[in-house]
Design a protein around this ligand. Structure first.
Ligand code: HEC
Length: 154
């Protein structure tokens, strides 16, 4: 009777211990699972950078156009003066007038004939140095360049 009770106690103890191990194990699994989930979330955050794929494409487009057509006279950091002015905040200086800016970029000499005092002053300030004309640039190409300028200048 005494030994039997002792044996039963021991079995109970072993069961209790096993149950405890099982509990520890499942708690551990839950922890690992949540860590994995966190890591997975961080991963998504890192992969999806600040820009959507469409925007990324547009930036690439603007960047290429700028490098091919404008970078020889306008600083690539948009902040230094070179042959032409630094282009940071250029839209503000043109009072957000996209039409005028496009017209200037396509043909600054033709635009100067409109007698826009701002353009005339700028032309004088840069020693009447003539900016290349880009009559073939489409609206969306100019807009991509202006978007790229804004991004780099910020
Ligand atoms: C050959 C040199 C040259 C190239 C190439 C050139 N620019 Fe210019 N740009 C100038 C100069 C010089 C001025 C200053 C005005 C002047 O003298 O005509 C100017 C002025 C400007 C202005 C007005 C800036 C302000 O502060 O208001 C804009 C906008 C501009 N350029 C955009 C462009 C873009 C966009 C391209 C490329 C598609 C380009 N430029 C290519 C020389 C150049």
């Amino acid at each position: 009777m005494n030994t039997r009770l002792h044996f039963e106690n021991l079995t109970n103890l072993i069961f209790a211990f096993l149950a405890f191990l099982l509990l520890l194990f499942s708690y551990g699994m839950v922890q690992i699972n949540s860590v994995e989930k966190e890591e997975a979330n961080c991963g998504t955050k890192n992969v999806s950078t600040e820009f959507s794929p469409e925007l990324e494409k547009e930036i690439q487009f603007g960047s290429q156009l700028f490098k091919n057509n404008c970078g020889s006279c306008h600083a690539k950091n948009m902040k230094a003066k070179m042959t032409g002015p630094a282009l940071a905040d250029v839209e503000k200086r043109w009072n957000g007038n996209r039409e005028n800016l496009r017209a200037w970029i396509r043909n600054s000499q033709a635009y100067l004939l409109t007698d826009d005092p701002y353009a005339k002053n700028l032309y004088a300030e840069y020693g009447e140095s003539v900016m290349t004309a880009f009559p073939n640039l489409k609206d969306e190409e100019i807009d991509a360049i202006l978007g790229y300028i804004k991004l780099v200048a910020n």
